[in-house]
Design a protein around this ligand. Structure first.
Ligand code: RIB
Length: 293
């Protein structure tokens, strides 16, 4: 059977406000527009990978509310396997997003995502095979990320951890994870400013994403800079998730690391051209013309 991609992570409804004025403390301003759209870093990674044509399994929790129903339907619309997506009592996760100055700021309320516990993910992990890929992010409990990374390490399953939003990561996770994909800010926090040193310490594992400038990792001999692709920005929300979903697809297709990171950069560049986290995510056909491998 083809290697499978599993995403263990968050699903949320994004509540998005576009504004030209960002309020200061205690201030009220008038915004420009509002929309709701499915998001959550986990679900976004799953949709990114599925849209590129791969079989994807989502493992997570939704609330027993209308948002939960919409999130679930959106996964199905994107042909994602939802066997391990179960409702829990209470609300679904929400993300409160402000779009201003071509960038976003986000407050996430995890709600049902806090129920993605170590026990909850055991059954799904047990169904993985050596060579499968498990994608993780940090809008679910830290102990779940820890046991998932450990399981993958012990069972020859490839793990990709996107450490967003930032929180401290245990030494065990750092040692056992296959790929770690922080952005610049997250890597500065994680390695107390010594990102170059960390790249060298974690060759072919630590991949620091640099937005439209691309990404960098160390191959054991030297730093490797992978070019980015610049496109007109409508909404940057979900670009990092697209990078991670596409990285999994590139690895699953058997690309080497440099090719897989290039592919991920290319996919991420498309994602900013549509509104909403998932609005600009490309299909494989969208990317084919720009692929030189
Ligand atoms: O990475 C973008 C995502 O972060 C949004 O979809 C939002 O849900 C937040 O989790």
């Amino acid at each position: 059977m083809e290697r499978q991609i599993y995403v263990i992570g968050s699903m949320s409804m994004d509540l998005v406000v576009a504004t030209s004025i960002v309020p200061g403390k205690g201030e009220t301003v008038l915004g420009d527009s509002f929309f709701t759209t499915p998001g959550g870093k986990g679900a976004n990674q799953a949709v990114a990978a599925a849209r590129l044509g791969q079989d994807v399994h989502m493992i997570g929790r939704i609330g027993n509310d209308t948002f939960g129903k919409d999130i679930f339907q959106n996964l199905k619309n994107n042909q994602i396997n939802v066997e391990h997506v179960k409702p829990t009592e209470g609300p679904s996760g929400t993300a409160h997003i402000t779009l201003a100055d071509n960038d976003n700021s986000i407050i996430v309320v995890p709600s049902a995502n806090n129920e993605v516990t170590p026990d909850y993910v055991q059954e799904a992990l047990a169904s993985t095979q050596p060579g499968d890929i498990v994608l993780l992010q940090q809008e679910i409990p830290a102990e779940t990320v820890e046991i998932a990374v450990k399981y993958c390490y012990e069972h020859d399953v490839i793990s990709i951890l996107n450490p967003a939003p930032y929180r401290e990561i245990s030494d065990d996770v750092l040692e056992q994870v296959t790929y770690l994909t922080p952005n610049e800010t997250e890597s500065e926090n994680m390695f107390e400013g010594d990102v170059d040193g960390a790249l060298e310490r974690y060759p072919d594992k630590l991949i620091v994403t640099l937005g439209e400038l691309g990404a960098v990792y160390h191959n054991g001999l030297e730093q490797v800079e992978i070019k980015g692709f610049k496109r007109e920005v409508k909404d940057t929300t979900g670009a990092g998730d697209t990078f991670n979903g596409a990285l999994a697809v590139g690895l699953q297709k058997g690309y080497d690391l440099a090719e897989a990171v290039t592919f991920a950069n290319l996919a991420a560049s498309y994602s900013v051209t549509g509104m909403g986290a998932q609005g600009g995510m490309p299909t494989f056909e969208d990317l084919e013309a720009d692929l030189e491998f």
